[in-house]
Design a protein around this ligand. Structure first.
Ligand code: 5AD
Ligand code: SF4
Length: 471
């Protein structure tokens, strides 16, 4: 048994990152059985689940959407806000019930919540029916943990460490058109509200050759788009001390000739001119930047430990708009950080008015145990926070609708991903600027880039008609 330890998770040394090769277990032990996999949280977690799926398939199982059919249930959890936590424990109620009727079911909890000391304590005390708790640093051990779990003892294997880099990971990907590619793991920024540096370890970069090899492989398999993933992609390469950075990586990925490249997430603090130059130079790098603001108030930004001022953020946005043709900019904003006054909040609205975001994810601040902000005096009522969130969302939605309306009548290249959920007669896809479009087109356009005439705009999507297939 290895329990998580927040104090250990905080440690950062200057030891070089460790590279390890993953051993993929292939066994037929669970042949003809099914697994149920549920993912919470960010893209990093979605991609981790593609690794988890490959591990479960390698044990002989196939996936089911029906919890009741599963021999193995895996929940890949998120810790970013309290509501993510509540959702998981809510869902576990159903799992517990099922396990009463069928004690053979193996239940495994992984992801960021498993890295939290208080969560694991709660599992130990109140959830004995959970067989396995594994963390973000040892996903590759899940296969052997499941094999061992047939003895029905509770096994908690969570490591609180800086972490290493695994190569040779097998993924069973969600899509055959777009793929996630990890370029780095962890985070060293320690924004005062955020749990991620504790749950995901130190910033550590994959070597450029390995990333290029993966992108080339994906291109060969027919993938159209890759998303380069990192908690803070601009820090790529810093830990390697090999003289290359994110601008260099991006350029090398662009040169592979894969049709579309995007990246998440960028921190406004070290977004370099070289990066902007590369993005504007290559047609296959999508002009789409997700640039978390968090707050527009200098006072709150300082308390958050964000390392930039409102003006520095606005200057960066101006540079991006100037240099990158038709760039779309989206953001993350937190309202109700401890001590946020109405004046501070108005500063945030002012930035929103100036940037006119194409879209935003907005959140009410949620204290996370072990982070510095959780010890700050939080004296704003929930009512006030909800009211600010509502005002913010109204403002954001107006601007995203406005930016969508500008596209009506224009022709946009859209990568078609599948059948639209809202209207089965339509397909859906994304423009180069990551705008969702519902398109009237023939089904064989799925997986292709097509020219689409935009006919209508809503706050969160566009409507369009297919003109021609481009490839
Ligand atoms: N409370 C609310 N929102 C948070 N985020 C991160 N930590 C918290 C927290 N404690 C938001 C940030 C981040 C996004 C992924 O989640 O806006 O960019
Ligand atoms: Fe992703 Fe952060 Fe949630 Fe972990 S805590 S799953 S890194 S959003």
């Amino acid at each position: 048994m290895n329990l998580p330890d927040l104090k250990k998770a905080k440690i950062r040394s200057d030891k070089p990152s460790l590279y390890k090769k993953v051993e993929n277990i292939h066994q037929d032990l669970f042949k003809n059985e099914k697994f149920f996999l549920k993912t919470y949280g960010c893209q990093m977690n979605v991609h981790d689940s593609e690794q988890i799926r490959a591990i479960l398939e390698n044990l002989g199982m196939s996936e089911t959407d029906n919890l009741e059919d599963a021999r193995v249930v895996v929940l890949n959890t998120c810790a970013i806000r309290e509501n993510a936590h509540d959702k998981v424990f809510g869902y576990l109620g159903r799992v517990k019930h099922l396990k009463k009727d069928n004690p053979n079911i193996i239940v495994a909890i992984g992801g960021c919540m498993s890295q939290e000391e208080n969560v694991v304590k709660e599992i130990l005390q109140r959830h004995p029916y959970i067989n396995i708790v594994f963390g973000t640093h040892n996903i590759n051990e899940l296969g052997s943990l499941i094999i061992n779990a047939t003895n029905n003892k509770q096994d908690i294997e969570v490591y609180s460490e800086e972490g290493c880099i695994y190569e040779g990971v097998n993924y069973s990907r969600d899509s055959k058109i777009t793929a996630w590619v990890n370029i780095m793991y962890g985070c060293d920024k320690f924004c005062t509200y955020c749990i991620v540096p504790y749950t995901r370890g130190k910033e550590r970069s994959r070597k450029i050759e390995e990333i290029i090899k993966e992108v080339e492989n994906l291109k060969r398999q027919g993938y159209y788009e890759v998303t380069l993933l990192g908690q803070n992609v601009n820090a790529y390469g810093n830990d390697l001390k090999l003289g290359y950075d994110f601008a260099k990586l991006l350029e090398e990925v662009a040169k592979t000739g894969i049709k579309r490249i995007r990246f998440v997430t960028s921190h406004p603090w070290n977004f370099t001119d070289e990066m902007i130059e590369v993005i504007s130079k290559y047609d296959n790098i999508m002009p789409y930047i997700h640039l978390p603001l968090q707050s527009g108030s200098d006072r709150i930004l300082k308390l958050m430990g964000r390392r930039y001022t409102k003006q520095e953020y606005l200057d960066l946005v101006a540079k991006l708009r100037n240099k990158i043709k038709d760039v779309t900019i989206t953001t993350d904003i937190i309202v109700g950080f401890p001590g946020e006054s109405e004046e501070d909040f108005l500063d945030t609205l002012e930035v929103v008015d100036k940037v006119k975001y194409d879209g935003a994810y907005t959140f009410i601040y949620s204290p996370r145990e072990g982070t510095p902000a959780s010890k700050m005096l939080d004296n704003i009522s929930l009512e006030e926070k909800e009211e600010r969130l509502k005002r913010l969302n109204e403002r954001i939605n107006n601007y995203s609708k406005e930016s969508n309306e500008k596209l009506v009548g224009k022709v946009e290249e859209v990568l078609i991903l599948g059948i639209s959920e809202k209207d089965n007669n339509k397909l859906y896809g994304y423009t180069k600027g990551m705008k969702l479009v519902n398109v009237i087109a023939e089904k064989d356009a799925i997986g292709k880039l097509i020219d689409v005439k935009i006919t209508d705009a809503k706050s969160f999507s566009l409507d369009g008609e297919a003109l021609k297939v481009n490839n």
